[in-house]
Design a protein around this ligand. Structure first.
Ligand code: NAI
Length: 332
């Protein structure tokens, strides 16, 4: 069977890490047909649109995409392509497992934490306007529908995967209506899952609690912006942004991408660690039902880290992105 996958290499380190991951995936012998598209500034140059129509049609057809990071201009310019794609395909759940790989020295060993980030609204709605010169408003949108479905996603995942505890992360002491709605939806859903312990923590305290002792948490569910920030914080537990995968999941399709961005500071230098995107691809491969290929890659990845000869710079090695990929393919 051939899997048709939409491939979005992205920009910055995106093309380097996606190329490495595609090579590794193809070395498994599983057959992939890639439908490749540029987005963002690159696409605008070529086609005059930031999200080409062909890309949208491709995802509607394949229902699965592997995506590299895409740069979003700061303080002006076009709106985030990443956010637009999540909204366009209603990929409401962003699943971010924070787990150590063996043989990597990290700040904390044996972390196994899952962040579930609401992916379609909150302060990420990007609805801003200038009321009068010198005064701007930024709207935080929260709906009962989105709050309930993200809470349900988290509890369903916990039930299916024998997770024990979920904390809803919020700032309802200040944002009484918006985060208050998030909490009331989470509480309602929690009542239907009595076997799972439910707790609530305020987001600022959660940051401190995580740094003190990440083992006190099992799963965290939260609105979009908090999920964005806490994911990067938690990435530091397991070796940094080069290690944390994610899946943007909806009822119809899924886009798999790393948590990290386009890393302009190291782009084009063959320095990026492709592990985060590779682990995202492993989530994709399991989503496609190719469990043997997933195990094959995972074992090879662990062996490369155990041998320590072909590690990338972010964790003290000398190898480039492509040499790291070669080492995994050799192990396979
Ligand atoms: P970033 O995640 O790109 O980089 C933060 C730091 O982590 C940098 O020092 C970078 O070199 C390092 N890093 C990231 N990925 C790495 C990897 N695979 N291997 C080794 N080191 C790695 O965050 P930054 O610099 O804040 O954002 C850069 C751009 O990326 C922005 O335009 C932002 O909007 C965009 N972005 C895109 C995302 C996406 O496409 N889903 C997600 C996050 C940011």
């Amino acid at each position: 069977m051939t899997h048709n996958i939409t491939l979005i290499p992205g920009d910055g380190i995106g093309p380097e890490v996606t190329q490495a991951v595609v090579r590794i995936l193809e070395a498994t012998g599983v057959r992939f047909e890639w439908e490749k598209f540029a987005v963002g500034a690159d696409a605008y140059e070529k086609y005059g649109e930031y999200i080409p129509k062909g890309l949208v049609e491709s995802i509607e057809r394949t229902r699965v995409a592997l995506k590299g990071p895409v740069t979003t201009p700061v303080g002006g310019g076009f709106a985030s392509i990443n956010v637009a794609l999540r909204k366009k395909f209603d990929l409401y759940a962003n699943f971010r497992p924070i787990r150590n790989l063996p043989h990597i020295p990290t700040r904390y060993p044996d972390v196994d934490l899952i962040i579930i980030r609401e992916n379609t609204e909150g302060l990420y709605s990007g609805l801003e306007h200038e009321v009068v010169p010198g005064v701007v408003e930024s709207l935080k949108i929260m709906t009962e529908k989105a709050c309930t479905r993200i809470a349900r996603f988290a509890f369903e995942y916990a039930r299916k995967n024998q997770r024990k505890k979920i904390h809803a992360i919020h700032k309802a002491n200040i944002m009484k209506l918006s985060d208050g709605l998030f909490l009331s939806c989470a509480r309602d859903v929690a009542k239907q899952y009595p076997e799972i312990t439910y707790g609530e923590h305020i987001v600022d305290n959660t940051c401190m609690q995580l740094v003190l002792n990440p083992y006190q948490y099992d799963m965290l569910v939260m609105e979009n912006l908090y999920g964005d920030i806490l994911s990067d914080l938690c990435a530091a537990f397991v070796g940094g942004l080069g290690f944390v995968p994610s899946a943007n999941l909806g009822d119809e399709c899924a886009i798999f991408e790393a948590v990290h961005g386009s890393a302009p500071d190291i782009a084009g230098k063959n320095l990026a660690n492709p592990t985060a995107l590779l682990r995202s691809a492993l989530l994709m491969v399991r989503h496609l039902g190719e469990h043997a290929a997933s195990t094959q890659i995972r074992n090879a990845l662990e062996r490369v880290y155990r041998h320590r000869e072909k590690l990338t710079r972010d964790i003290g090695g000398q190898a480039g992105t492509s040499q790291f990929a070669d080492a995994i393919i050799e192990e396979m």
